[in-house]
Design a protein around this ligand. Sequence first.
Ligand code: G6P
Length: 613
Amino acid sequence: MCGIVGYIGPQDATPIILNGLKRLEYRGYDSAGLAVLNGDRIEIRRDAGKLSRLAELVNGSPISGSPGIGHTRWATHGAPSARNAHPHLGASGRVVVVHNGIVENFLELKDELTAEGTQFNSDTDTETIVHLVEHHQAAGLDLTEAARRTFNQILGAHGIVLLSADEPDKIVCARIGNAGGVVIGLGENENFIASDIPAILEHTRKVIFLESRQMAVITKEAVRIETLEGLPVQPEVHTIAWDAVSAEKGEYRHFMQKEIHEQVRALTDTLAGRVDFNDGRIRLPELNLTPELAKRIRRIYITACGTAAYAGMVGKTLIEKIARVPVEVVIGSEFRYSDPIIDEDTVVLAISQSGETADTLAAMEEGRKKGAVLWSIVNAIGSQAMRMADGYISMQTGPEIGVASTKAFTAPLVDQYMLAILLADLRGTIDDATRRALVADLRLVPDLVSRTLNSEPEIERVALKLKDIHSCLYLGRGINMPIAYEGALKLKEISYIHAEGYPAGEMKHGPIALIDEDMPVLCLTPKDPWHEKMISQIQQAKARGGVVIAVATEGDELVEGLADHILWVPETPWMLSPVVTVIPLQILAYHIAAIRGLDVDQPRNLAKSVTVE
Ligand code: G6P
């Protein structure tokens, strides 16, 4: 998982790949490698460690030729090591792959391939892709058709690039879902491929973005795009302005929209290096959580501001449910005035995108003063909240530019889920089967988010209907209650429409008086343990003439029969459901604000990072 660069043309691929990967270094990685067609042979250099290590390998044993593909990896299946680094060769040594994403059905595919006698040379899920391609080639298919068949067999969200020594004139690539983009850069008698524009911007400004479930066959003269079903696609060629900002915005109108879509990739990166799907365990080395510390923790205070505080509220449910440690959430600006009960067995966990929010830092200082163990979940590397903490989890989302936080909301949800499992494991409060099941559910996350993002056109249509509302009530219960708060915050921040998040059970104690045809009610009604309660909430709102917008699980006919507008989400294990249910609310707020012509990325009066009390 992480960065991909490919090249086909008359130049040597190696320096182009190394330079391109260098430009993606900011995304983080633990290994790097490249494969180049040198005459009739595919040659590979790869190792754990930084790009400087790969450059050393290439200097020590140069390879020239084209086409070539390269990759920076962040481990998900198997430790960072030379054998697990991409590219991965097939058994014949004639086909090679690099890949971003998680092959969800990798264990089943690996079992099938192993039963046929295929030998695996790494612990990665990626290796199944190249073996499947070879399997189809052995049945007589060419690279393109063998790749197509393989792309249709693997589950999950992916960016994949393949080349074969038997068809040296082409590179085949695909994007499935939103596990990071696949960008094709168009040159004169040469073409480029990358996971992100900065990797190829020095060579060309003309790019094509592959859409989900599209594949491309790229030669030096031409790019042919088709759906995975084989229908031809007429691609749109975008010209990227030279300035870094428009390059970063890519195919999107606003950074917020881009960042909403980046969540699949951010969440894949969040899992990378932390989850081992082979042994069903979580590793969070920077948290410095020893078994001794895990056992003595008696209470956790989560402290944060704004969106991050709502992420903390979801975390409370997760940590209490999975690790059975009492958790209190106190917003940053109140913490130091609330005389919190703290001793050395108390953890203060701060959540912050910027790591510089004054109130959150003051809460951490209060914790430090009273002798608490300080943890943080932070996006900005090297920020104060990261430096102050005894242990931290770094959000792997990349920079977030839009003031309204999106990807820095979903990442800490998954971080806290992982933290809860690790804590439970070290405290011995979870059995092996439960731990394995909870960890296995994590691999579904990127694809579930990707599928939710596919509903953007329908959500945009709902946004058009709601664009002139003056107020909106958001209701949720249980683990999705904080999502009601977060959804309402998104709407008010960027569209300037009054919105209120409320625990659904409290509606009857006040807000119900507000409900009429001018006060829409948005109900979070996924299939979670609170589903039935939410149904009765919808019925109560309808009985008062309210217009109901529901976030509901695909196929839920009960909600379909009741609500006026539905934002569908795929079925998700309930403890992970907030990661999915928040997505339509982000998209809805985004489109309402965009339709109203507002400055989505920099809403009035708001700052990305609030460094004053
Ligand atoms: C500001 C931003 C919010 C953010 C909050 C906390 O209010 O506008 O989007 O949630 O600060 O920021 P932090 O960087 O600590 O997550």
